[in-house]
Ligand binder design. Sequence first.
Ligand code: UDP
Ligand code: MG
Length: 164
Amino acid sequence: MAKKRQERTLVIIKPDALNRGLAGEIIHRFERKGLKIVGIKMIQLDDIILAEHYAHLVDQPFFPRIAKFMSEWPVIVMALEGLEAVNSVRLLTGETLGRHADAGTIRGDYSMSVQANIVHASDSIENARKELARFFKPEELFDWNCLDSQAIYAEGEGEEDDDE
Ligand code: UDP
Ligand code: MG
């Protein structure tokens, strides 16, 4: 019986998605799921922020290739909010290697690659918090009341202890 609360998570729409004209499609998928966009902008990443963001991969031989790919074109960064949003967005994203990702996931439907896999999504609540702070200033994140939320969730959902 865990209390489920609204979470925020970071998505990056990667250069392969932009180059293939898929940005709108990806944003649409998250919106249709019921995730609320609380921040969105286009930015160009540099080696410094990429070394921080991909700190767990910095020592890998393929890191320079990822850094080049992620910094050569702009990306779209997005903050999404919802109940258990971190896990929900990872499920929608699918596994890292696109050609092995489940059909129906974003990577499963649009990617054949390990590197060009359309989106980044935070992998834990703690990392989501760090990544949102890395890419957004506080004033770029919005608290807004989505009129649809009453249709997306049951009354009181996320406020009580759920019996799951
Ligand atoms: N990546 C890669 N080759 C690898 C592993 C990762 O090019 O062998 C890239 C890929 O774009 C991936 C990103 O590095 O999305 C971050 O890797 P991670 O293991 O964190 O996967 P993710 O959390 O994105 O599924
Ligand atoms: Mg990761």
